[in-house]
Ligand binder design. Structure first.
Ligand code: ADP
Length: 400
C-alpha cells in the first residue's frame, strides 16, 4: 500500500464571526488515491479542502503533508501550494489573466522559471487538458467546461503531486462532467493523488477509491464506496441518496433473490449479478474482441479502412488525446465515458469493439479486462491494433 501524503489530526476550525465549520476531524490520504468528499451543502467540504493546501489554518489539531506538519509562513506555504494544487469551484474566480496562455503561465512564472520553461509548462498543461490552440483566447469567451479545463491547466503547469478540486463538475452538463472525470482519471493514472468534493453521489460512487461522507463539520463514514455508501443510516442522515446500483442490490436482496454479497460498483457488476440469477438467453455467441489502439504510438494509416470494413465495431475513446484524435480524423465515437466497461458489456453480447487511448492507459485496458476474466471466468480477447491487412494474434497478457 502506498504511503500517506496528507493527514489531518483532530482538526477544528471556526470562521471569524461564524459557526464552527470543522468539528474534530482526523483522516489520512495515501499517494495516488482518488478521494471523494461527499456531503450536503454546509457540511464543511470546502473548508476542509482549503486546509489541504494551507489556505485555511485549523484552530486546533494538525495538518501534515508528506508526514511533516504543515507550516504557515509564506515560504513554506509556497512550497506546499506547488505540491498541492487547488482548483476552485468557480473557474471565474481562479482565472485572472486576459488570455489562456497568460493565465496558465501565471504559476510557473511566479515560481521564477525562465521563459522557455514557462512556455514548455504551459504547452504541456494545455495539451493535457485538450486545449492546445486556445493560447490566445480570452477566457471569458470560453464555455463552462473549457474554463474549468483552463483552471485545471493552471494548476497542472506547476506539476503538483496532489490535485484538490472543489465541486469539479458543478455547473457542467453531463458530457462536460464526464470529460472532467475522465481527465481526473487520466491524471490519477499518471500518478497524481486526486481529492474532490461533491454532493453528486452517482459521480462519487463508481469513481472514488475511498469516499469520506461529511455532515455538520464531522466525518460520518470513511471507507471504500461500497462500505461508505452502504451504511444507509449515514447516507440518509447526510441528506444524500443511495447510489442507484446499491439501491437495486438492496431491493433484490430484500426480495430474497440470491444475489452475491459483494455490492455492485458498475453496470458490469450488476449484469454479472443478474446473469447469476437468471438463465442466460440460449444461442448466445462467444465473447467479442476488444482491439486497443494507442493513438500516440501505433501506425494509424490503415485505421479508417479497418474501421469501415468492420462497420458494426463500436468505438470508444479514453483520455483527452484519444478523443482529440477521433475528432480530428472524423472517427465517430460510440463511447466517451466508462469506455472499458462498456466494451466488456458489448463483448459479452458477442460484439467486437475498439478502444482508442494513449500511453499507460493501454495497460489499464488489458488489466481491467483480464481482472474481469479472472472474476467472472469469461475470457474476453484483447488485441493490439496492427497496421496491416491481417488481424494480430490474440494477446490477453497485455502489451509488450
Ligand atoms: P460545503 O463546502 O460542504 O458546502 P463549507 O465548508 O462551505 O461547506 O461551509 C461549512 C460551514 O461554514 C457552513 O455552515 C458555512 O455557512 C460556514 N462558512 C463557510 N464559509 C464561511 C465564511 N467565509 N464565513 C463564515 N462562515 C462560513
Amino acid at each position: 500500500m502506498s504511503s500517506i501524503i496528507l493527514e489531518a489530526r483532530d482538526i477544528r476550525y471556526r470562521y471569524p464571526r461564524g459557526m464552527e465549520a470543522i468539528r474534530g476531524i482526523s483522516f489520512h490520504i495515501r499517494k495516488k488515491e482518488k478521494i471523494a468528499l461527499v456531503g450536503p451543502n454546509g457540511a464543511g467540504k470546502s473548508t476542509l479542502l482549503m486546509m489541504l493546501n494551507g489556505m485555511v489554518r485549523p484552530d486546533t489539531g494538525m495538518m501534515l503533508f508528506d508526514n511533516q506538519p504543515v507550516l504557515y509562513d509564506p515560504a513554506s506555504l509556497r512550497i506546499l501550494r506547488k505540491r498541492v494544487g487547488f482548483v476552485l469551484q468557480n473557474p471565474d474566480r481562479q482565472i485572472i489573466a486576459p488570455t489562456v496562455y497568460q493565465d496558465v503561465a501565471f504559476g510557473p512564472t511566479n515560481l521564477g522559471n525562465n521563459e522557455t520553461e514557462v512556455r514548455e509548462a504551459v504547452t504541456r498543461a494545455l495539451r493535457h487538458v485538450g486545449l492546445e490552440g486556445f493560447e490566445r483566447r480570452p477566457p471569458h469567451q470560453l464555455s463552462g467546461g473549457e474554463k474549468k479545463r483552463v483552471a485545471i491547466a493552471g494548476v497542472l503547469a506547476m506539476d503538483p503531486d496532489v490535485l484538490v478540486l472543489d465541486e469539479p463538475t458543478s455547473g457542467l452538463d453531463p458530457s462536460g462532467s464526464e470529460d472532467i472525470i475522465e481527465l481526473l482519471d487520466e491524471l490519477n493514472h499518471e500518478g497524481k493523488t486526486i481529492i474532490i468534493s461533491t454532493h453528486d453521489v452517482e459521480l462519487a460512487y463508481p469513481w472514488a477509491d475511498r469516499a469520506i461522507l461529511m455532515k455538520s463539520g464531522r466525518i460520518l463514514q470513511e471507507d471504500i464506496p461500497e462500505v461508505a455508501f452502504g451504511n444507509y443510516e449515514s447516507v440518509r442522515s447526510a441528506h444524500l441518496s443511495l447510489p442507484i446500483l446499491l439501491e437495486l442490490h438492496r431491493e433484490l436482496q430484500e426480495r430474497g433473490f440470491p444475489v452475491q454479497e459483494k455490492k455492485p460498483r458498475t453496470i458490469l457488476d450488476v449484469m454479472h449479478c443478474i446473469e447469476q440469477l437468471v438463465q442466460k438467453p440460449s444461442g448466445r455467441k462467444g465473447p467479442g474482441r476488444i482491439t486497443v489502439v494507442n493513438v500516440d504510438g501505433d501506425d494509424l494509416d490503415t485505421l479508417p479502412g479497418w474501421r469501415s470494413s468492420r462497420g458494426s465495431t463500436a468505438i470508444g475513446a479514453m483520455g483527452t488525446r484519444a478523443k482529440q484524435y477521433a475528432e480530428k480524423s472524423g472517427v465517430r465515437l460510440d463511447f466517451t465515458y466508462g469506455v472499458i466497461d462498456k466494451c466488456i458489456l458489448k463483448a459479452l453480447l458477442g460484439k467486437d469493439t475498439m478502444i482508442l487511448t494513449t500511453g499507460s492507459m493501454v495497460a489499464r485496458v488489458y488489466q481491467r479486462v483480464n481482472n474481469y476474466g479472472t472474476e467472472s471466468g469469461v475470457h474476453i480477447p484483447v488485441l493490439p491494433f496492427v497496421s496491416e491487412k491481417n488481424d494480430a494474434d490474440e494477446n490477453t497478457d497485455g502489451p509488450s
